[in-house]
Design a protein. Structure first.
Length: 361
């Protein structure tokens, strides 16, 4: 009887080794102070002293891309999902005042397709460059029977550092502070289970121009990578002018903004203070989605919220715009049960009582 081999069971060591060789230059392209970004060892090193830190705290985050990956797989759009992966982690770090230092990825699939995997890792490397962190390692798992043919999943892990006296906790937030919103690049990486349901139920032609933008295919509008805000925000973090930040991810405006507020402070958001993105308007109309449901499912065009003193609004806005961000003054902090109340011209999207209990019980 012929002997069994691992490849007969569906796992190719040779394909995995070929992928490591292919992505080595991608990892090296993300080198930064403190990391040489070489792959192949059992672990990756990072030198905090070489990165210039004196008394740092480490901050860690992990996340995934969610069911946006299904659209990527079904429509051969693999070249942006790695940016999404890095963004979901790196943006979570910068809200604490941390500089993202290094990143590791986990890529799992049924059978390794090196062409697809290389495109994905190339986009992860691009995301790392945008966030200023080094891709120092990861794991590629070939697991036949765990995933359907052609499917893959991604997870990301990012570690950052912040000097002890620069940590942002929200403790300095006061009534009268202004909330600034930074424009999103689109849906980012949340709400895609609803997007995919709408695509199926409404029969969207994803390979056709979007009704709201005839110069862009609908699939490309939906798949626009998550904006990475790190390089624009870090210089301001170090000035001490940002009192708190919230990355607007799953849970939308309603759930994420209260996370950066101290007890006894409430966010009042004016939904009429920024123009709704045409993509968001399209989603709302296609699904007849109530405003409150929009505000807790999608970012509604705001990917990051900042809390700053009234006297610092002009300076912070100018510096962020110079860094390429679109900035809106979207609300105020007031005294009250910790919550986010979003009001538009038509109605109030969330009553404070429903959220204060979650955070202050």
């Amino acid at each position: 009887m012929a002997g069994y081999t691992y490849e007969q069971a569906g796992v190719s060591i040779a394909a995995g080794n070929a992928l490591v060789r292919a992505i080595g230059p991608l990892a090296r392209s993300t080198r930064r102070a403190g990391a040489d970004a070489e792959l192949g060892g059992f672990g990756g090193f990072f030198d905090l002293k070489a990165a210039g830190f004196a008394d740092p705290l480490l901050v860690a985050a992990n996340d995934g891309v969610g069911t946006k990956l299904k659209l990527a797989i079904e429509n051969n759009r693999h070249d942006g999902v790695g940016i999404d992966l890095v963004a979901m982690c790196a943006n979570d770090l910068v809200v604490q005042g941390a500089e993202p230092l290094f990143f590791l990825d986990y890529y799992a699939t049924s059978k390794l397709d090196n062409e697809v995997a290389t495109r994905v890792v190339a986009s992860i490397a691009e995301g790392c460059k945008q966030a200023g962190c080094a891709l120092i390692g990861g794991e590629t798992a070939e697991m036949p029977g765990m995933y359907a043919e052609g499917d893959y999943d991604l997870a990301g892990f990012c570690v950052g550092a912040v000097e002890r006296d620069e940590v942002i906790t929200g403790s300095k937030v006061r009534a009268g502070n202004v909330i600034l919103g930074l424009a999103s690049s689109g849906i980012h990486s949340n709400g895609f289970s609803l997007v995919r349901r709408l695509a199926t139920d409404r029969g969207w032609k994803l390979d056709r121009p979007a009704l709201f933008d005839l110069d862009t295919l609908l699939i490309d509008a939906l798949m626009a990578p998550t904006r990475i805000y790190v390089t624009a925000l870090l210089p301001l973090v170090r000035t001490g002018k940002i009192k708190a930040m919230a990355h607007i991810t799953g849970g939308g405006l309603l759930e994420n903004i209260p996370r950066c507020l101290p007890s006894g402070m409430q966010a009042l958001i004016d939904a009429d203070s920024w123009e709704q993105q045409r993509l968001m308007a399209f989603l709302q109309a296609q699904g007849n989605i109530e405003p409150g449901e929009m505000a807790k499912t999608f970012n509604c065009g705001i990917g990051m919220a900042l809390v700053v003193a009234q006297d610092d609004v002009a300076d912070v806005t100018t510096k962020l715009e110079a860094a390429g961000e679109t900035v809106h003054a979207i609300g105020l902090v007031v005294s009250g049960p910790r919550a986010c109340v979003v009001s538009g011209s038509a109605e109030t999207w969330c009553a404070q009582e429903s959220w204060s209990a979650r955070f202050d019980a």
